[in-house]
Design a binder for this molecule. Structure first.
Ligand code: ADP
Length: 225
């Protein structure tokens, strides 16, 4: 906020010099985007930290959510020269249902994809896999990126924890993405795990409990409307 305030002062002072205005306006745009991202992530974190009441749970079709997020990230990946490959075992049931908040689950997958793309070298591939293990659905996002040093690994799910600002391609995010992911997974009765090796890549695994009863009170209300 302080940076935005100072930059707007500078624009006012340099108002007669188009080059100066252009230069400060670019910085203003960058700072306001950062502030926008931070506000969005703080709201998402506070939502993820509240327990989801049973009557707020909807059935969430996990395969569909994953496909939507992969599709939504294809362009961002392509801009960085990275491809995303989705692997779905043909033997899987047509739909894998968990109970929860669809938008929150979409956000978790989006955060993992954004991180994987940001940390991947040009020309590499990000893999997304879906499979079933007993009563759980497992979703993995794997990259061939720079990896996370072992001494940082236990801390990456903490709020605002970032390994090294200089390493991510775009200057990076807010440091809240994985914290939002972990809180959301736990609120859904699931969890998130990470495997990573420097110079080899990283793999994040989400585990969701599969629903036995595929319709909730909230689904019925929605259908009745
Ligand atoms: P950020 O907004 O910085 O991405 P996150 O909470 O999503 O915050 O991630 C925390 C830190 O974990 C990142 O700053 C980065 O250093 C590291 N990290 C997360 N995902 C990856 C990945 N796929 N490859 C390498 N490092 C990662």
């Amino acid at each position: 906020i302080a940076a935005i305030s100072l930059l707007s002062e500078a624009v006012l002072e340099g108002a007669d010099e188009p080059e100066v205005v252009r230069n400060f306006a670019k910085k203003l745009r960058k700072e306001s985007r950062r502030l926008g991202d931070l506000s969005r992530d703080i709201i998402q974190l506070s939502e993820a930290q509240t327990t989801l009441p049973a009557d707020e749970r909807e059935s969430v079709a996990l395969r569909a959510v994953v496909r939507t997020e992969v599709e939504a990230h294809q362009e961002f990946a392509a801009q960085q020269g990275i491809s995303i490959a989705l692997t779905e075992d043909p033997a899987l049931p047509t739909e894998l249902i968990t109970l929860g908040r669809p938008s929150s689950i979409g956000t978790v997958i989006a955060n993992l994809l954004t991180n994987a793309i940001r940390h991947s070298p040009e020309g590499s591939s990000v893999g997304v896999g879906i499979d079933v293990d007993g009563g759980d659905c497992r979703i993995t996002v794997t990259d061939q990126g720079d990896g996370i040093p072992a001494d940082h690994l236990p801390r990456i799910f903490e709020r605002f924890y970032r390994v090294d600002n200089a390493r991510s391609r775009e200057g990076g995010g807010t440091g809240l993405g994985l914290s939002i992911a972990r809180h959301t997974m736990r609120a859904h009765g699931g969890d998130i795990a990470v495997w990573s090796q420097e110079g080899v890549g990283s793999s994040f695994t989400l585990t969701f409990p599969l629903a036995e009863e595929a319709t909730t009170a909230k689904d019925r209300k929605r259908l009745a409307r």
